[in-house]
Design a protein around this ligand. Structure first.
Ligand SMILES: *[C@@H]1O[C@H](CO)[C@@H](O)[C@H](O)[C@H]1NC(C)=O
Ligand SMILES: *[C@@H]1O[C@H](CO)[C@@H](O)[C@H](O)[C@H]1NC(C)=O
Ligand SMILES: *[C@@H]1O[C@H](CO)[C@@H](O)[C@H](O)[C@H]1NC(C)=O
Length: 380
């Protein structure tokens, strides 16, 4: 724990010594987020489609909290860095959720492309974007009634001044490997990104001006994909990740980056920031021990033990009868030693590392430098 904090602080300080010239200030009055489980703060669970059991949430919230991790997600750390509260999900209906500082439309399992009958989540990108449309219309309707709801809803200016964040595409790319060839997957990327572009354009027409796009991670390093697609060692790279998945993710990201540049060129009154999550996560997995981690691929919470501790029949927190014996997919002793929480999602410790790297600004295009040394805000 202490060594990890020290490693992270030293690493971060080194990068702080090289401030970047051109910068977007990381300071917004509200955030509207769209995505999948990487940034779902309770959407899919609130919809009733899925439940999450302990030990999810154990490291921070002490309850599962609707997040697919043992604690905070990247979006939580970024909200913290902006001094904003954690985002409520659009689908939260209990406990008087406040959307004054933004709203989260992300739901686990969501794809950019429209959902099909077999999709985990019906809340694909187009639907999340139309939920935003409804959110904005309803907000304006309530604002017209006076100040009665001011605790719960944003002011009108927030729709143009707020930050629109995106972290979606992982399920489109990784999911396709179950039914398509590599070439078919690569050929489908422009179709996925056209759908993404249509959503962005809709948001622009609704007044959005600040866009913040996370690219997709090294999908071939996810425990689940290593187990399913990496049984033949020739399919793995030197990090032990499935090469084809990482290659597809890279090609997706190249086109996503180009789209971000194209939209920035098309709309001169906007700020598009493209964030290279792939490089941050690849660096973490390749150099895990330097950053204080012990397990780059094996899941902390799962069943089966080393080398992967992952079993498709039983997911983290579940108890099932396998071979006539009742077994539970349990959490590891210290999740801060692991990058993978449940074989698909990152641990809070890994999410904190990724967030600290995002906040250096050096993985963004255009780059930015946060005026506040965020290193002071680390809460290990
Ligand atoms: C966004 O870009 C505009 C120019 O298009 C600039 O004036 C503004 O300061 C930028 N906003 C932020 C938050 O960086
Ligand atoms: C791992 O760290 C080395 C040394 O800092 C760096 O050159 C390399 O690019 C890193 N690996 C990845 C995949 O980022
Ligand atoms: C179940 O039993 C079979 C046959 O005895 C064995 O090969 C297999 O490894 C067992 N699976 C588990 C999960 O224990």
């Amino acid at each position: 724990m202490a060594t990890k904090t020290l490693a992270l602080i030293i690493f971060t300080l080194v990068h702080l010594c090289f401030p970047l010239a051109k910068s977007v200030e990381f300071n917004f009055p509200a955030v509207f987020n769209f995505g999948d489980s990487n940034s779902d703060t309770g959407g899919l669970v609130s919809s009733g489609i899925e439940t999450i059991n302990p030990p999810y949430g154990q490291s921070y919230f002490k309850i599962p909290s609707g997040r697919y991790s043992d604690g905070r997600l990247i979006v939580d750390f970024l909200m913290d860095a902006m001094d904003l509260p954690f985002l409520n999900s659009y689908l939260d209906s209990i406990g008087a959720p406040s959307f004054r500082k933004g709203c989260n439309f992300a739901a686990a399992g969501s794809t950019v492309l429209p959902a099909t009958a077999t999709s985990v989540s019906p809340f694909s990108f187009g639907l999340q974007v139309s939920q935003f449309g409804r959110f904005k219309a309803k907000t304006l309707e309530l604002l017209a009634k006076g100040r009665k709801f001011s605790k719960y809803i944003p002011t009108e200016d927030v729709f143009s001044k707020g930050l629109y964040m995106f972290d979606i595409g992982q399920n489109d790319v990784a999911g396709a490997f179950y039914s398509k060839t590599f070439d078919q997957i690569i050929a489908s990327i422009p179709t996925i990104l056209l759908e993404f572009e249509n959503g962005i354009k809709y948001l622009y027409d609704q007044g959005a001006r600040n866009f913040w796009i996370h690219n997709t991670g090294p999908l071939g390093c996810l425990t689940q994909n290593v187990l399913k697609f990496g049984t033949d060692p020739s399919k793995l790279d030197e990090q032990g990740c499935v090469s084809a998945h990482n290659q597809a993710a890279k090609l997706f990201n190249l086109q996503l980056h180009a789209l971000s540049k194209k939209l920035q060129g098309q709309y001169s009154d906007t700020n598009f920031t493209y964030v290279d999550i792939f490089s941050i996560k690849s660096n973490l997995i390749a150099n895990y021990s330097k950053y204080g981690f012990e397990q780059p691929i094996m899941a902390c919470c799962g069943y089966g033990g080393p080398p992967l501790n992952y079993d498709f029949r039983i997911s983290c927190g579940q108890t099932k009868i396998l071979n006539g014996t009742s077994v539970t997919a349990k959490g590891c002793t210290d999740s801060t030693d692991y990058i993978s929480w449940d074989g698909i999602h990152y641990t809070e410790a890994a999410n904190q590392f990724v967030s600290s790297q995002i906040l250096t600004g050096k993985y963004s295009d255009p780059p930015f430098s946060d005026k506040m040394p965020f290193v002071l805000k680390l809460k290990f």
